[in-house]
Design a protein around this ligand. Structure first.
Ligand SMILES: CCCCCCCC/C=C\CCCCCCCCC/C=C/C(=O)SCCNC(=O)CCNC(=O)[C@H](O)C(C)(C)COP(=O)(O)OP(=O)(O)OC[C@H]1O[C@@H](n2cnc3c(N)ncnc32)[C@H](O)[C@@H]1OP(=O)(O)O
Ligand SMILES: Cc1cc2nc3c(=O)[nH]c(=O)nc-3n(C[C@H](O)[C@H](O)[C@H](O)COP(=O)(O)OP(=O)(O)OC[C@H]3O[C@@H](n4cnc5c(N)ncnc54)[C@H](O)[C@@H]3O)c2cc1C
Length: 675
């Protein structure tokens, strides 16, 4: 067997796809180590994939699109039970990265009965429960003796946490909290796995002591009997019904009727209520929002992975799909030869890499803040909140757009569920809403930016944090892109900094100006909010570019460095064109400079072309994980599309009951009336 740089090559594959892999200039295992941020983790992913490949009991019994929701939940529970039983044979104990991969391979992205247990319930207990409480609940949760979720959002309120309606009123006489849902709109609504699977939840409720509202607090609440799984007395609970996607997860509703829990079920790591009702406040008002920050920090990587699923499917398929000619004297070309197809896919391949690099930095910062907060140091919480608010919004927005572009790039077959594109899109686009609606979270970042702008305007730039230090720097008068003989990334970064700085200061000016004219602060805020959110997006996109630059600078392997540098070139040129209005409006970039940027973009589309398949193969998704007929590693698309269609439940019989019952009589009566 010939040794190839692209490790996805196998004998018997579609030759069109093999030809793409042969042209790859770098080792895909080494690139996987960049993507997954460590050689060891990339290797472990492959090992886990191999273990799963050898265990048919962990495979899907039939394609997901052919199952009903009930069948999917049953199938997912079966596999969840198996992986729980055999967990220690497959992954390192308590390794969340390995668990994430195991889940994606075996259970898939549509969710499972313990999705929220791992993503939010355990993180909430880890960060917010006291040591004593952790001894009582965390070990049981980790052992899966109990199943939990995070119940915060209500029918009437998800964004505005101060106006949640669920109350937890302290009863000094019995030392209990009384949980109550006063109205229909106060029902918890949306929490994942609340509907049917969980028997506990970390519930967010407004805490009242002696008539005073202390705002949202988190409580550990038993919901169902541990033996019978029946709802406990005082609890109304169920599933909220099918959603756009993510339907294996039973998002649920929950109401409390004067439901009592012990005082000690308030999560008390940072906050306490003494038996007599004395309240001990936490070191930071938002410390109990940590489970949300946990997901926001990790979902950047999750979104990059889902974008790359779609790009892997579309890029591989575009290499085996032949349609039309570019040179009419030549045979039909692979659709990947079209510049429009490259322009549709390659900038998103670059974005997916940019997002995963930014995601790795975010998780690192999150872990640092988690450690510091555990020792009482809350100084970085605001920075982390600002960064993750911006990133979750920008990354989920472009991820959804990229997946939709990838779907359309697959033509008609992209519209078939055999592509799996609709599910990937549906799950990913949820990220624009969950963990804070994107506009709302951009406005959270904007608060931080406005404070920073105010420091700049009052001559206190030295107090700016590292993420916003550029706001205090002076711009060159014009961009130096194409004005220096060796235009490099530094000129682009300075241009992005200029654009983000100008928009931030302008939006802040608008806000401050309205207040100077007598508008009340919230009114002035609302009237400036579109401009403020523009600033948040530009700031975040600058951060993403910088994270990409930092990573490329670190790479030692020259082959990897070259292709990642090409991708970075593509990224900065595409991004600049995409935000060119901002660059042009104050003349910082001229139209002739933009022509240069455009030429560079086309140059790098062509340069990346031979590496396109290797760049998506490097994410090392198995066929089981991708669940897409179009995205198959071997490229044998057509025969498998036919097999997939034949397996459709509708094809079990030649004549459907609907035909016997309705269509046949209808046609017969139409024929009879003609006679
Ligand atoms: C390797 C491990 C892998 C794990 C992978 C996990 C990730 C999986 C990713 C992808 C897989 C995809 C599969 C799909 C998974 C689906 C899971 C979905 C789970 C979803 C769960 C949820 O949605 S839970 C509910 C989330 N809800 C929200 O986010 C609500 C949004 N609203 C808010 O957060 C707040 O209301 C808001 C921040 C908007 C305002 O809060 P409020 O208390 O009203 O604030 P206010 O009093 O006005 O004060 C503002 C003030 O506070 C500061 N602040 C706010 N939050 C924080 C914080 N968290 N930290 C620090 N500071 C904070 C804010 O900055 C303001 O400060 P100042 O400006 O006043 O100084
Ligand atoms: C797939 C999925 C899974 C979820 N899982 C969970 C879970 O496990 N646990 C849980 O507790 N919740 C969960 N949620 C709920 C989710 O967190 C909320 O839906 C989300 O935070 C948005 O809140 P909302 O629905 O109240 O939106 P709304 O706030 O009603 O948003 C509607 C519109 O109003 C705008 N808007 C609202 N407030 C403002 C403002 N202040 N300024 C400007 N514009 C504003 C928004 O931008 C949006 O355009 C989940 C949701 C989804 C879709």
């Amino acid at each position: 067997m010939v040794h190839h740089q692209n490790k996805a090559i196998r004998e018997g594959d579609n030759p069109d796809l093999t030809a793409e892999r042969v042209t790859g200039t770098f080792d895909t295992h080494s690139m996987a180590a960049q993507i997954y941020n460590s050689e060891a983790h990339a290797r472990r992913r492959r090992e886990i994939t191999e273990i799963i490949a050898k265990r048919p009991e962990l495979h899907d019994t039939k394609p997901f699109p052919f199952m009903t929701r009930e069948e999917k939940i049953l199938e997912s529970s079966r596999k969840l039970t198996l992986i729980t039983k055999h967990m220690n044979e497959i992954i390192e104990p308590n390794n969340s990265n390995e668990m994430f991969h195991l889940n994606n391979e075996v259970l898939g992205i549509e969710g499972h009965p313990m999705a929220l247990h791992g993503i939010m319930f355990i993180p909430a207990l880890t960060a917010q429960a006291s040591e004593e409480q952790q001894k009582k609940w965390l070990t049981r949760a980790i052992n899966r003796e109990i199943v939990g979720t995070y119940a915060q959002t209500e029918l009437g309120h998800g964004t505005n946490l101060q106006n949640l309606e669920t109350t937890a009123t302290y009863d000094v006489a019995t030392q209990e909290f009384v949980l109550h849902t006063p109205t229909i709109t106060g029902l918890k609504w949306w929490p994942g796995n609340l509907g049917k699977s969980s028997n506990y939840a970390v519930v967010v409720a407004l805490m009242f002591i002696k008539g005073k509202n202390y705002g949202p607090h988190t409580f550990m609440v038993p919901l169902r009997d541990e033996k019978t799984h029946q709802p406990l007395k005082g609890i109304t609970i169920g599933d909220i019904g099918p959603k756009i996607a993510y339907n294996v997860t039973d998002n649920g509703f929950l109401g409390f009727d004067h439901y009592r829990i012990p005082r000690t079920n308030l999560l008390m790591r940072h906050t306490r209520v003494e038996p007599d009702g004395t309240y001990v406040k936490p070191p930071h008002a938002k410390i109990n929002y940590s489970a949300m920050v946990h997901v926001r920090s990790h979902m950047i990587t999750g979104q990059a992975i889902m974008l790359s699923y779609a790009l892997t499917i579309a890029t591989r398929y575009s290499s085996v799909r032949r349609q039309g000619q570019i040179d009419t004297t030549q045979p039909e070309v692979k659709v990947l030869e079209y510049q429009t197809q490259q322009h549709r896919l390659f900038p998103y391949i670059a974005r997916a890499y940019a997002f995963v690099f930014a995601g790795a930095e975010t998780v690192k910062l999150y872990e640092r803040v988690l450690e510091e907060v555990a020792t009482g140091n809350v100084s970085l919480m605001a920075d982390l909140h600002a960064l993750t608010s911006g990133l979750k919004s920008v990354v989920s927005h472009y991820t959804a757009q990229g997946i939709e572009q990838a779907r359309m790039a697959c033509g008609g077959h992209g519209y078939s569920q055999a592509s799996y594109m609709s599910e990937i899109f549906g799950v990913a686009v949820g990220g624009c809403t969950y963990e804070g609606e994107n506009m709302v979270m951009l406005l959270q970042l904007a608060r931080y930016l406005v404070k920073s702008a105010s420091l700049v305007k009052t001559g206190q730039s030295s107090k700016l944090g590292p993420l916003v230090a550029y706001l205090g720097a002076k711009s060159d008068s014009t961009s130096l892109i194409d004005r220096t003989p060796t235009t490099g990334f530094a000129e682009y970064v300075k241009t992005f900094q200029h654009i983000a700085r100008r928009q931030t200061l302008k939006a802040a000016d608008k806000f401050f100006g309205l207040m100077e004219k007598g508008e009340k602060r919230p009114i002035a805020w609302n009237k400036s909010s579109v401009e403020l959110n523009r600033a948040s997006r530009l700031h975040t996109r600058l951060y993403i570019v910088e994270a990409f630059v930092r990573r490329v600078e670190e790479v030692a392997d020259p082959r990897l460095k070259e292709v990642l540098t090409d991708l970075l070139h593509l990224h900065v040129n595409y991004e600049l064109l995409d935000m060119s209005t901002y660059a042009l409006e104050d003349g910082f970039v001229s139209s002739s400079q933009l022509d240069y940027v455009r030429d560079q973009l086309y140059f790098y589309l062509a340069k990346i072309r031979p590496n396109a398949v290797s760049l998506v193969d490097s994410w090392e998704f198995s066929d089981q994980e991708l669940r897409s007929v179009l995205g198959r590693r071997d490229g044998h698309v057509y025969e498998n599309l036919f097999a997939w269609a034949k397996a459709s439940p509708l094809n079990k019989t030649d004549v459907l009951p609907s035909v016997d019952k309705y269509l046949k009589p209808l046609m017969e009566s139409a024929r009879a009336s003609k006679l």
